[in-house]
Design a binder for this molecule. Structure first.
Ligand code: C2E
Ligand code: CA
Ligand code: CA
Ligand code: CA
Length: 275
């Protein structure tokens, strides 16, 4: 018993040490990636539900890792947040996305994901304002996406109010997956509500599902608060028809387009001239 107890303790030590070195390695790897410029952005189209006209692109981060290949943000954003590296990474994302948008038609916006760690970093609003000025993008063409589970306190809210005052649009991302309440929506300076894929996916499987009624209700609430709605993860014609019938304004998902490189956007726009 004594032997196995000691063995357990040793195994536990090893696991702890591995976890610590794993994190340290991930941190070094991320820091090196930043220096070696291994990050790049891809852009997913957002189209008007009624007309199919492209209204914006959401910038999504990719890491071209030298040995692991293309790493998606789900696998490294949390480490980047915990280590604070999300601040310089996010600054690079904002600059690259805003620069890309300057070459698009003026009625097309760029949406950028922002984590709470960034919102809370010092002089965040000033850095955004400065980036827009340096790349010469009108603030109205930038949309910042935040997640409701993260925007919790008054300080976060104040940052959003300041961004909004600059003319930047604010979107609530992944709506319906966090600790959402209508009260929290109405106290934030929002322009758009992005309805999570979790509401969209079941529309296909079970057409008579109460999900249709739920979606309709969510969109009605958004409208009553004066918010535009974006349906995320629309993959099929059927889903598109149903979210459109529910009154959703904008559609984003593989059906309208997968995320593409900036260089591919002119050709995409050429193929999707709108109505
Ligand atoms: P998100 O903001 O909810 O972005 C949408 C995710 O859904 C993207 O995954 C996109 O590729 C995927 N998607 C789009 N259409 C469809 C569809 O029709 N079906 C399905 N199944 N998926 C679809 P991605 O690019 O892996 O990004 C994952 C998450 O990482 C994002 O979720 C966002 O929260 C975060 N993220 C991405 N880029 C950044 C960034 O620059 N900064 C920060 N802080 N977070 C980012
Ligand atoms: Ca997003
Ligand atoms: Ca989302
Ligand atoms: Ca998400």
């Amino acid at each position: 018993a004594k032997e196995s107890g000691r063995h357990q303790i040793r195994a536990f030590d090893v696991a702890l040490r591995d976890r610590a070195t794993g994190r340290a390695r991930a941190l070094l790897d991320l820091r090196r990636a930043l220096i070696d410029e291994e990050f790049e952005l891809v852009y997913q189209p957002q189209v008007s539900a009624g007309t199919g006209v492209v209204v914006g692109f959401e910038a999504l981060l990719r890491w071209n890792h030298p040995t692991s290949g293309l790493v998606s943000p789900g696998d490294f954003i949390s480490v980047a947040e915990e280590t604070g590296l999300i601040v310089p990474i996010g600054a690079g994302v904002l600059r690259a996305a805003c620069t890309a948008a300057t070459s698009w038609p003026e009625d097309i916006r760029v949406a950028v994901n922002v984590s709470q760690v960034q919102l809370r970093s010092s002089r965040y609003v000033e850095s955004v304002r400065q980036t827009l000025e340096e790349v010469n993008l009108a603030p109205e063409r930038l949309e910042i996406e935040v997640t409701e589970s993260l925007v919790i306190d008054d300080a976060d809210r104040d940052v959003l109010v300041q961004l909004s005052a600059l003319g930047i649009a604010i979107a609530m991302d992944d709506f319906g997956t966090g600790f959402s309440s209508v009260a929290s929506l109405s106290r934030l300076p929002l322009d758009r509500l992005k309805i999570d894929r979790a509401f969209v996916a079941p529309l296909d499987a079970d057409p008579a599902s109460s999900r249709f009624a739920v979606l309709r209700a969510v969109i009605a609430i958004a409208k009553s608060l004066g918010l535009d709605t974006v349906a995320e993860g629309v993959e099929t014609e059927r889903q598109r028809a149903m979210v459109t019938e529910c009154g959703c304004d904008v559609i984003q998902g593989y059906l309208e387009g997968v995320p593409i490189r900036a260089a591919e956007i002119p050709a995409y726009l050429h193929r999707h001239p709108g109505a």
